[in-house]
Design a protein around this ligand. Structure first.
Ligand code: CTP
Length: 401
């Protein structure tokens, strides 16, 4: 999977820098082309010459060194890379990357990179478990970076605990796995809807729901990770669209969501409707803010179009249509009814009364029900993991390569 891939390796100043030499050797044996950027501190542990010999390419350390191969070195290195690996990643580079500090060649290059980034941390166990380091790792992971966790054991400093650089073979295996799954949906268009729609009452008020968009964003992230051409149509959400997503369409109302979805649907191979679409909207929207005059206020609601049902009616041959069903009772019965009523291939059903399931939680507890009656019941898990399992389940055999 690494044949012909261009890997930019960042080596930072930790004792595990010597292990990065083996990482380069393994990457090259697997067919990758490797260029190395070292921090000045890293050169205290291993020489530039070692990495130059083992990578077969010049090594960059200094931002201000005379230009040899590139016009603007950090930009061209960043553009060149199919992936960036920082191994070992010290607490310092994690903090700088998390904050966006650009005070040397490696940190500056990291800011210019648009390809996937992997961090393999290595440090003393107390440093590794320090909340500052953990927060930085979380921040980087939330932005789409891949963290290759350290091993646990006796560390060079004599302490025992987590912090030992992951084995070079495991680091390379992680990257191989990434490129393998990253190619799975290459050329396949995936349309995902997320978050709730909001339906205006007057210029300052609306009817909304509790959906945060987390499930839909996790699905879009997973589809991007598998190399798909992803379109995410989202109602208002506090979340940041996944890194690497090219087509993000922001909508407010069910009507706007319908327009965007119908425009994109025909050319989409897989459509997953995780959005919590409002079933009704106020029949009339007041031009002016409604004043509190009477004791009671009635708002007449009018039915919204059922987008998923319309997609089911217009389904293209080979298209996979996946709906969501948030229920508070008779989960399986309603789920099965929705599959046939809306002409779906799968429905992801969750009982939103269960703890940790449904709206505005980091986790979900779902059953994936297929058109032929098959049910995959998943335990309570992180929405990102649920997203993975949904794709594993709903993709047709020819896309499961
Ligand atoms: N959905 C949609 N358009 C709507 C309402 C819902 O596309 N106007 C989609 C949702 O994105 C979700 C699925 O339909 O994938 C299930 O939504 P739900 O509200 O549970 O279905 P309803 O048909 O509205 O069923 P009910 O209100 O009877 O539970």
């Amino acid at each position: 999977m690494l044949q012909g891939k261009k890997i930019l390796l960042g080596v930072t100043g930790g004792i595990a820098a010597y292990k990065a030499v083996e990482v380069v050797s393994r990457l090259r044996k697997a067919g990758a082309e490797v260029r190395v950027v070292m921090t000045k501190e890293a050169t205290e542990f291993v020489t530039e010459l070692t990495f130059r010999e083992i990578s077969g390419n010049p090594v960059t350390v200094d931002m201000w060194a005379p230009v040899q191969h590139w016009n603007v070195a950090h930009i061209s290195l960043a553009e060149w890379a199919d992936a960036v690996l920082i191994a070992p990643a010290t607490a310092n580079i994690l903090a700088k990357a998390a904050l966006g500090v650009a005070d040397d060649m490696l940190a500056t290059t990291l800011l210019a990179v648009t390809s996937p980034v992997f961090f393999a941390p290595a440090m003393n166990c107390n440093m590794y478990t320090h909340p500052a380091v953990q927060e930085n790792l979380e921040k980087l992971a939330a932005r789409g970076a891949h963290i290759i966790p350290p091993g646990t054991g006796k560390l060079a400093c004599g302490a025992e605990g987590p912090g030992r650089l992951a084995e070079p073979a495991d680091i390379v295996a992680t990257m191989e796995k990434f490129f393998k799954s990253g190619a799975q949906l290459s050329g396949v268009k995936v349309l995902v809807t997320a978050a709730g729609t909001i339906e205006p009452i007057d210029p300052v008020r609306y009817i909304g729901n509790r959906s945060s968009g987390r499930m839909g964003y996790a699905l879009a992230e997973e589809a991007v990770a598998r190399g798909a051409e992803v379109v995410l149509v989202s109602g208002p959400s506090a979340l940041t669209p996944p890194a690497g997503l090219k087509n993000f369409i922001s909508v407010e109302t069910a009507k706007e969501m319908r327009e965007a979805v119908l425009r994109e649907a025909e050319t989409s191979r897989v459509i997953i409707k995780a959005a919590a679409v409002a079933d009704y909207h106020p029949k009339t929207v007041s031009d002016q803010k409604i004043k509190k005059n009477d004791e009671e206020l009635s708002i007449i609601l009018e039915k919204n179009p059922d987008i998923l049902k319309e997609l089911g009616q217009k389904k293209q041959p080979g298209q996979i249509l996946v709906g969501f069903a948030a229920e508070t009772q008779n989960l399986m019965q309603y789920a099965k009814e929705k599959i046939s009523k809306k002409n779906l291939d799968f429905i992801v059903a969750n009982d939103v009364t269960k703890p940790g399931a449904g709206f505005n939680t980091a986790t979900n507890l779902v059953k994936i029900v297929s058109r032929d009656g098959g049910v995959e019941e998943l335990p309570l898990m992180d929405k990102r993991e649920v997203a993975k399992r949904i794709f594993d389940c709903v993709l047709p055999d020819e896309l499961k390569k």
